[in-house]
Ligand binder design. Structure first.
Ligand SMILES: *Cc1c(COP(=O)(O)O)cnc(C)c1O
Length: 377
């Protein structure tokens, strides 16, 4: 290995065709938001997911729109996965809503159906009707959809699937993001495919998507002059960035294959380490393995291993620090399925390993060698 070379966690991986679509936008002078690239990107993403699509300026914006579509306003309650990135929850705060956090379960790392049921029962007892469930699929792995959707149906609370990290992943053959009422994706720089910055709102329900496009363009009414009846946002994806997205979508399946190979490589390398569990996709699902997750059952702390790896030029990161542990949400309730908090345990034992699809075999072998050395030291 080159001594100066750093291996990043995951960086954008262009296909080579991005510039063709960007150039097309320049040739047509279609640099503004919206335009033919946005239409094509939405069509392709829609076909891929078998759903309607509104391309947005970010995944966060898409969540804000989704909550708005479901009528979330000041003082409402929104049930949320605690184990996630803060972007999943911030839009609830923009609207003045109160998050109610649900712990993870160990198999998928995502929302525990048992803890969700406890929360829903408790809400019912208190006469609270939550307006939405923000359900996150982390690291490409699907949550337990059958169980969670049955509860959501019974208690009549619509699901927003935050599939920002899980584009292309499947639950029982269906694409994540399309099982709930509304789904969202992110195309930020570190995601499996990127537009440098961008997102999408998806739904089987065309009305939601039409309304999202309206809200995302300042809620401009169809009139021969500027006419506005409700609050709007400037949340649409630019036509230039959509060009990157079209070319990235063309290689999505290739990227998923490579992510899956990276995971298998790690899994084989650490097979004989009793301290290490490589987090596999749950049963009946297909994960895009956005990031390969390593859990340490005993021994060294994640922070220590990450620091040691850094010294060897390898970037690794902690898992998400749960939302109920953040000062920002110190007053929000948290429901767990047992006395142990699973999300906290994951945060305290997990490491995100480098998972860039442009990594070489040699780099992977180098990472594995360094991890083995640190663990055995
Ligand atoms: C990246 C991410 C988002 C936010 O997407 P942006 O496009 O960066 O706004 C939301 N939720 C999760 C789980 C994410 O990982």
């Amino acid at each position: 290995m080159d001594d100066n070379k750093k291996i990043p966690l995951a960086i954008p991986h262009m296909s080579g065709n991005e510039e063709i679509y960007i150039e097309r936008a320049f040739k047509q002078n279609w640099i503004a938001p919206l335009g033919p690239n946005v239409d094509l990107f939405e069509n392709r993403l829609g076909m891929y997911n078998q759903a309607h699509v509104a391309a947005t300026s970010s995944g966060t914006a898409a969540i804000h729109l989704a909550l708005t579509l479901l009528g979330v306003t000041e003082g409402d309650y929104v049930i949320c996965s605690t184990f996630t990135f803060v972007a999943s929850i911030n839009p609830a705060l923009y609207l003045g809503a109160h998050p109610i956090f649900i712990d993870s379960e160990a198999e998928t790392m995502n929302m525990s159906p048992e803890a969700l049921e406890l929360a829903l029962q408790d809400c019912q007892r208190k006469g609270i009707q939550p307006k939405a469930i923000i359900l996150v699929h982390l690291y490409g792995h699907s949550a337990k959809m059958d169980e969670i959707m049955a509860l959501a149906n019974y208690y009549q609370v619509p699901i927003i699937e935050d599939a920002a990290e899980s584009l292309g992943s499947e639950y029982k053959g269906q694409k994540l993001g399309t099982l709930g009422e509304i789904g969202i994706f992110s195309f930020n720089g570190n995601k499996i495919i990127t537009t440098s910055g961008g997102g999408a709102l998806v739904s089987k329900n065309k009305n939601y998507v039409e309304k999202a496009k309206f809200l995302a363009s300042q809620s401009k009414e169809n009139a021969p002059y500027y006419l506005h009846q409700e609050v709007g946002y400037n949340y649409r994806l630019s036509n230039v960035l959509a060009g990157i997205g079209i070319a990235q979508l063309e290689v999505l399946e290739e990227r998923i294959q490579k992510k899956r190979l990276i995971f298998e490589h790690y899994q084989q390398a650490f097979e004989n380490f009793p301290q290490i569990e490589m987090k596999q996709e749950p049963q009946n699902t297909r994960s895009n393995y956005w990031l390969s997750i390593m859990l340490l059952n005993h021994g060294k702390s994640p922070q220590y291993i990450i620091e040691q790896l850094n010294e060897q030029g390898i970037e690794a990161r902690r898992l998400w620090n749960p939302m109920h542990c953040q000062p920002l949400f110190q007053n929000a309730p948290i429901y767990t399925e047992s006395t142990e908090n699973i999300a906290e345990k994951l945060f305290n034992t997990g490491i995100c390993l480098p998972s860039g699809t442009n990594m070489s075999e040699e780099e992977l072998a180098y990472i594995e060698k360094q991890i083995s050395k640190i663990i055995e030291k």
